[in-house]
Design a protein around this ligand. Structure first.
Ligand code: SAH
Length: 358
């Protein structure tokens, strides 16, 4: 089957023929989460055999350190019980499993924790169920459905998977980047020029042709997290690639660990965009946010090198090589150490979680 004859390609073409070009955000949403043919709904994309690898899949140290940071934040806020231990987009469930193992000996933590996973993919829910066998876990489609308790939340490579809008500067106005069709092929296009009052402040730092990216679902989830933390207490650790204040086109497709054409085979490539941490921080008010911290610095502050040394004793040969490479991959500036960033959310006036500074 060539890409243009796959069911999702035909579905997209039919929709565009009927209703006209669709904003990039609709295209991304359909490609990733279409109930029958979406990228995440139909597969487990993680690991060497998949399209990309994430920090928890690289080493158990990542989840262990995040778990202990969360447990310390919980202790710092008076060990509220019960509380919701929440993960957004848990992939294979590896991060949560490593967090739970590392925190099992923190007095009271496991007993007080109700585990809530927000996961849109039935396929990945099944993988998570296997990974977390024996643990009492509840799944939800949306964060809003998690009970109203203090929340201690982690999200690794979740926000980059949420649909973005791309808006291109055109004189005093803006044009939205859309996906349309030409001669039966999907093509990028631009909508009509419109003034967008909400983007007036971006007229200052953009020039003609510049693209800015907005992630409405990300902003609304950050707002929900912030409201909960401000009213019930808790903390969030958001880890992703991106920057403070984004500018430019960061939309990309990954397939088999390589860049791909995002329009060529919808539903078969991972589609992502860099996370605009400034937008998430602003939306999370009245909760406080930490400085944006490079992942390598964050993990070093939490003691990853000591943990790596402890785990290395007793390892030899290929296992030791893999372990050393994993430590480097998570922390080195030329690998994930600088590209990936961490931002914590916490109640105004509380101390930020370990590894993060106000
Ligand atoms: N956190 C994991 C997986 C990252 S991949 C890890 O680090 O390995 C992105 C995850 O977010 C997947 O589990 C995917 O199914 C989920 N996801 C993506 N968009 C979502 C949405 N809109 N709602 C709920 N889950 C979503």
């Amino acid at each position: 089957m060539t890409p243009t004859t796959t069911p999702l390609y035909r579905h997209l073409l039919a929709r565009i023929t009927q209703s006209g070009p669709m904003p990039l955000s609709d295209y991304m949403q359909i490609c990733l989460m279409h109930p029958e043919h979406g990228y995440y709904t139909t597969r487990d994309p993680l690991g060497a055999a998949g399209d990309f690898t994430t920090a928890p899949e690289i080493s158990q140290m990542f989840g262990e350190l995040l778990g202990l940071a969360m447990a310390q934040a919980w202790l710092d806020q008076g060990a509220p019980a019960p509380f919701a231990l929440v993960e957004l987009g848990p992939g294979r469930g590896t991060l949560m499993a490593d967090m739970l193992r590392a925190t099992a000996k923190v007095p009271g933590f496991s007993d007080a924790a109700q585990i809530h996973l927000v996961e849109g993919s039935p396929t990945l829910r099944a993988v998570q169920r296997r990974t977390l066998q024996g643990t009492d876990v509840q799944w939800h489609d949306r964060l809003e459905d998690v009970p109203d308790l203090p929340i201690f939340l982690v999200a690794n490579e979740f926000f980059d998977a949420l649909p973005i809008r791309q808006i291109q500067r055109d004189g005093p106005g803006w044009r939205e980047r859309c996906v349309g069709q030409q001669d039966g092929m999907l093509v990028f296009g631009l909508g009509a020029r419109l003034p967008i009052p909400a983007l007036d402040h971006r007229l200052m730092d953009t020039t003609n042709g510049d693209i800015i990216e907005l992630c409405p679902p990300g902003v609304s989830i950050a707002s929900e997290i912030g409201q909960r933390i401000a009213t019930q207490g808790g903390a969030a650790l958001i880890v992703d690639y991106g920057d403070w204040h984004t500018l430019g086109d960061t939309f990309q497709a990954l397939s088999n660990h390589a860049h791909a054409d995002p329009l060529a085979a919808p539903g078969t490539a991972d589609l992502t965009a860099h996370v605009d941490f400034e937008a998430l921080a602003q939306a999370s008010a009245p909760a406080a946010h930490s400085r944006l911290t490079p992942q390598g610095v964050f993990l070093e502050r939490l003691g990853i090198t000591q943990r790596a040394q402890t785990l290395a004793t007793g390892m030899t040969g290929a296992a030791l090589d893999t372990h050393v490479a994993a430590h480097r991959r998570l922390t080195h500036p030329a690998e994930m150490g600088t590209l990936f960033k961490v931002m914590a959310l916490y109640p105004e006036g509380a101390v930020p979680p370990p590894g993060c500074t106000p």
